[in-house]
Design a protein around this ligand. Structure first.
Ligand SMILES: *[C@@H]1O[C@H](CO)[C@@H](O)[C@H](O)[C@H]1NC(C)=O
Ligand SMILES: *[C@@H]1O[C@H](CO)[C@@H](O)[C@H](O)[C@H]1NC(C)=O
Length: 501
């Protein structure tokens, strides 16, 4: 984690030195808009490049942005503008061209423009952060030119900004006058330092476009700062794997990164979690059959308990390009788990179990395995970190990299340990319930699994009369309850355990 610390310290140092100047001045904004409109000779400090096929690009003349058509701009098609973030080395990061290529090859009838503000981005962090308003204005100016010269509606524009680029995109939206708003802004791990906790006018916010979405991937805090912004800034804010850090980005991956990228591997590790937001977005464009679903939840720990796999009332949505653009007054925080590499999609399952009897002083470790019509899950450990209470329902989140299909069978195994058995032998004399031959019993009241992706809940029933009784070190197989056929799977989990004859 020390690499992360270095980056955060770097940011912190800058923050303490001269981080105070970033605050915007709203009073000036409307005047600036006027100027922006009237000034024929607006000089853009950013360079815009029209992205063409095969990694070719065409630089737009900053004084004559209507030269867009000579660069292949087609006004009947939507426009995506990609904006990068802070630059340590003054070089365009490789993801920019990869994202542009991905969009161009998968979406076909689309204009892709890249904002190049490297000269301003290659400064210390607070200076670069201060320039975000300037670059935002440059984009607004470009959009104005499109309106004037092609009657091009801004609602056909989608701004995609990474890190500081996310706030730039927000400013571009807020400087736009008239009633029409930019169609969509996607913030890819919007930058945290100097923006966290700021008023909505001083950062990316839902007001900046018709629809705003954000993917938060590196919000892990160090000394009160995080590289990515923690607060919700969009209509839908996605927090993959909790949003703080990403799988496959651990420090031990540095060796892999160094072998892959040479000395740059060090930087790759630092950027890994931050840049994951970009790759998750690309994944959503490339892998159409593997769209990642995310679920509204109060926080990471609630999500990890598996209680948030509900899709009613727009509580779930698709991460990335194909998001359902449902607007609402408040920001929605959505959670999901992902794989460590593309395709990132994981299937989320909620496992619910209720025991009829109580078990004190014991935290049983259980393993389940699921068999569906398509796949088997293999053994999945379930950790109960509290005493088992009678008739209390316990919920767990299980994630799998494959779809099991309709669930048919569930195997439950109670891991025994020598220590545990020994303890059992001592306590069984005065505990009023118990099993045979000195083995304790847990009696399953009900057991069910809900698949988040299909919203289908499957209840499981014991196969024999004493099938609900679970003994240590023994497998118990439960089958899909008889009335729970694949076609009618609504709210069966409240039913009492029915035995299959
Ligand atoms: C612009 O794109 C449309 C498809 O959206 C296509 O039919 C048309 O031919 C294109 N125009 C030019 C000039 O390439
Ligand atoms: C658990 O529920 C069952 C069935 O509803 C009931 O008979 C039993 O008394 C309950 N046990 C406790 C400890 O509440």
């Amino acid at each position: 984690m020390s690499v992360v610390k270095i980056l955060c310290c770097l940011l912190l140092t800058y923050h303490l030195n001269d981080g105070k100047k970033i605050k915007g001045n709203k009073a000036v904004d409307s005047k600036q808009r006027e100027v922006l409109r009237l000034k024929e000779s607006y000089v853009s400090s950013s360079i815009f490049r029209m992205f063409l096929e095969g990694e070719d690009n065409c630089k737009l003349d900053p004084r004559q942005l209507h030269t867009l058509t000579s660069c292949g701009f087609n006004s009947s098609n939507p426009l995506i503008i990609i904006t990068h973030g802070w630059s340590l080395d003054g070089m365009m990061e490789s993801w920019v061209l990869r994202l542009a290529t991905t969009l161009k090859t998968n979406l076909i009838d689309i204009n892709v423009v890249i904002t190049d503000w490297l000269s301003l981005a290659h400064q210390n962090y607070p200076t670069a952060a201060q320039s975000t308003r300037t670059v935002g204005k440059d984009i607004t100016h470009l959009l104005h030119s499109l309106q004037v010269h092609y009657q091009y509606p801004v609602r056909k524009v989608h701004l995609i900004g990474y890190s500081l680029g996310a706030h730039i995109s927000g400013f571009a939206g807020s400087y736009l006058d008239g009633s029409e708003k930019i169609g969509r802004i996607t913030g890819l791990d919007p930058a945290g330092p100097l923006f966290e906790g700021m008023s909505p006018t001083d950062r990316l916010s839902p007001d900046d476009a018709e629809f705003v979405d954000a993917i938060h991937t590196f919000t892990q805090e160090h000394l009160g700062l995080s590289v990515g912004i923690k607060q919700a800034v969009a209509h839908y804010d996605f927090y993959p794997n909790g949003g703080d850090f990403q799988p496959g980005c651990d420090l031990h991956s540095i060796y892999e990164h160094i072998s892959q990228y040479g000395l740059l591997g060090f930087e790759q590790t630092v950027k890994c979690a931050h840049e994951r937001s970009v790759h998750l977005f690309m994944d959503s464009v490339m892998n159409k059959d593997k769209q990642s679903m995310a679920y509204r939840c109060s926080d990471k720990s609630a999500f990890e308990k598996g209680i948030c796999l509900d899709c009613r009332k727009n509580r779930c949505n698709t991460l990335g390009y194909n998001i359902r653009k449902v607007r609402s007054g408040t920001s929605k925080r959505l959670y999901l788990n992902t794989r460590s590499q593309m395709p990132y999609k994981l299937y989320h399952y909620q496992f619910r179990i209720k025991f009829v009897n109580q078990m004190e002083g014991i935290e049983p470790s259980l393993t389940i395995s699921l068999t569906g019509t398509k796949e088997e899950s293999g053994d999945l450990p379930i950790t109960v970190t509290e005493n088992i209470l009678a008739n209390k329902t316990y919920t767990f989140l299980i994630t799998l990299d494959r779809d099991l299909g309709d669930l048919m069978l569930l195997k439950l195994h109670w891991e025994g340990s020598a220590l545990w058995k020994n303890m059992w032998n001592r306590v069984q004399n005065f505990i009023p319930w118990g099993g045979r031959e000195g083995n304790p019993l847990l009696t399953v009241g009900s057991i069910s699994v809900k698949a988040g992706e299909t919203q289908e809940r499957t209840s499981f029933c014991a196969m024999t009369n004493d099938g609900q009784h679970l003994e240590v070190s023994q497998d118990k197989v439960f089958v899909r309850c008889k009335e729970d056929t694949p076609k009618q799977h609504r709210r069966k989990h409240n039913k009492r355990l029915a035995l299959v004859p």
